[in-house]
Design a protein around this ligand. Sequence first.
Ligand code: PLP
Length: 429
Amino acid sequence: RGASVSLIRCIAEPAEKTTYTTSVNRNANIAKLQAGYLFPEIARRRNAHIQRYPDAKVISLGIGDTTEPIPTVITGAMEARARALSTLEGYSGYGAEQGEKPLRAGIGAAFYADLGIDETEIFVSDGAKCDITRLQLVFGPNVTMAAQDPSYPAYVDTSVMMGQTGLFQSDSQQYSKIQYMKCTPENDFFPDLSSTPRTDIIFFCSPNNPTGASASRKQLEELVAFAKKNGSIIVYDSAYAIYTSDDSPKSIYEIPGAKECAIETASFSKYAGFTGVRLGWTVVPKALKFADGHPVHTDFNRVMTTCFNGASNVAQAGGLACVSSEGLKAMHETVKFYKENTKILVETFESLGFKTFGGKNAPYVWVQFPGKSSWDVFSEILEQTHIVTTPGSGFGPGGEGFIRASAFGHRENILEASRRLKEYFGSKK
Ligand code: PLP
């Protein structure tokens, strides 16, 4: 009996403690953010679904995480580096915050050859998402920004956190002070720049997540001219450039003049399955200057050296293998595999009479459900087929009426998803 009394007290104690608060005010900018970040919210709904249907084999075409093993030419290099750390000769501690010189040079040679990018303009990091946040730290709270709508949620959410925006407006589903550049089938997923107000910063992702659209050379020329006319800085996200199948530029620096107005961020995540390993890079040309003539490069370097201690040395060994000729070949093989998945998904939805976009230059298929709410379609597909997709509206109000299907998956899962979708939507016809 005595034990049970103390047990009860033990349970009650933490509840009493929760009434205590510190006297620290919550960051008002973080308080502006809506609900959860999109992907944790999807994971929450997925978990609730699994609890309700414990026997269902849930297939994820949702979060966009890679699934296929990393090529052994890359893991072998990481293994060797990890083992070397256990030797006196091979041990290394903190490295250069900007990344190891051979890797910076290797990234330059693999992705920016002939584009006039110097290796000292390439900063190696733990991923593009982290670099987007560090770029926001460089820009600070007083800049104005524009982003494609729909787009990868990190641009808008980090802008809110940094204090660049006003409050969320529930009628428009937009944060005030951000310019949402609508990208729809009607404008070929390229914003109408003639009606886009000037902003300091323009986030632009091509090939785009979630629509899969990539901007043509002509469109990027237009974007660079627009930025230059307005004195804006473009943050160009090329996380999916390796998926490009047509002649769309793979880097913003293919456009003359871009070095004076654009930063480019990229990642090994979707190139080599490094979503867990963590390695990316950001290019900040020295020719890019703030209004007072100060190079952006110097400030980004200051943020990197202050807030970041360099990417993992083991991951950088993997990165160096990625940009070797064998590594590049192996990465292209994996990308080819995902692109075949994309083709299966496109064919599946098209055969059911849905209009799809993307899928050619990106591992994402953007499927239109006219007149329907994205979250309703997400729920219907999950409930009826046990398949997790991503609701388009989670990428901005311009994504309403669409869902995104990701081609990252084992082949048998993609084929099974295709079968289930055909069975369910086919029977509804
Ligand atoms: N940029 C875009 C457009 C993405 O879709 C993603 C990941 O999904 C990232 C950046 C994040 O990349 P990383 O894993 O390097 O942080």
